[in-house]
Design a protein around this ligand. Structure first.
Ligand code: PGA
Length: 256
């Protein structure tokens, strides 16, 4: 957990098991040496065991889920719990991605319970926050993101727990290569998130615990403009993570 920066691949519902395995093998084969950021591959639930097998033994690469349920077990038809993810070696979990908030009615209240469950088990949550185009037009982006961050961390106590928590600023209008967020504006929003953390936690806890990253139309060409290791410590990548060449380019563009 000493890695300072992250490159996280979100394959969403694009790839079946064989495609996920083939892509992970190509990504593993193309990793630069040394690998500077920590790489996290997030395939679909059903592809997780096979992808975990491909990445096994490489300390620079982890496997992450794209969602999880907040209870450990019980009568919750269709859900996947944190212990089930632990069984297959998953140690990161994307939580509250805007597509889940939009298409599956995932609320801030569900996000905070998922963050609590994941951190309770010592896995790393990748909490996605970000405003819609309308909210930005109305000047509400900071208020929306502060509320999302405060809510997501509601059950994370202000005492050092040796957790790692990744918060991804991902403006919804910048996803699925559309209009990448101006890097200067992404840093302003990362600063807003950082200030929210300062309001919630002792300063001594913030650096060891939290990493703020950016997501939305990231490419090998633009990634270096976002990651400055000052306020933004990595990226969440959708489209470009499904091309081994583009993804390798993103990893290489992040300096050690
Ligand atoms: P994108 O997706 O890189 O295709 O914009 C990012 C995401 O949805 O996490």
């Amino acid at each position: 957990m000493n890695h300072k920066t992250y490159v996280i691949a979100n394959w969403k519902t694009h790839l079946r098991i064989a495609d996920s395995v083939a892509l992970s093998k190509k990504i593993m084969a193309g990793l630069p040496q040394p690998v500077c950021p920590h790489v996290v591959l997030c395939p679909s639930f059903v592809s997780l065991p096979a992808v975990a097998e491909v990445t096994r033994g490489n300390p620079d690469v982890s496997v992450g889920a794209q969602d999880v349920f907040w209870e450990d077990s019980g009568n919750y038809t269709g859900e996947i719990s944190v212990p089930m993810l632990e069984d297959i070696g998953v140690n990161h979990v994307i939580i509250g991605h805007s597509e889940r908030r939009q298409f599956l009615r995932e609320t801030n209240d569900m996000v905070d319970r998922k963050v609590a469950a994941v951190t309770r088990h010592g896995l790393v949550p990748i909490v996605c926050v970000g405003e819609t185009a309308d909210e930005r037009r109305e000047g509400k982006q900071q208020m929306v993101v502060v509320n999302q961050v405060r809510s997501a961390l509601r059950y994370l106590p202000p005492t050092p727990q040796h957790h790692r928590v990744i918060i991804c600023y991902e403006p919804i209008w910048a996803i699925n290569p559309g209009r990448p967020c101006d890097p200067a504006e992404a840093k302003v929003m990362a600063g807003v998130i950082y200030q929210t953390l300062i309001d919630l936690y002792p300063t001594s806890m913030i650096k060891p615990t939290f990493r703020i990253i950016y997501g939305g139309s990231v490419t090998a060409e633009n990634v270096a403009e976002y990651v400055d290791k000052d306020i933004i410590f990595g990226v969440l990548v959708g489209t470009a993570s499904r091309s081994p060449e583009a993804f390798a380019g993103i990893i290489k563009a992040i300096p050690c």
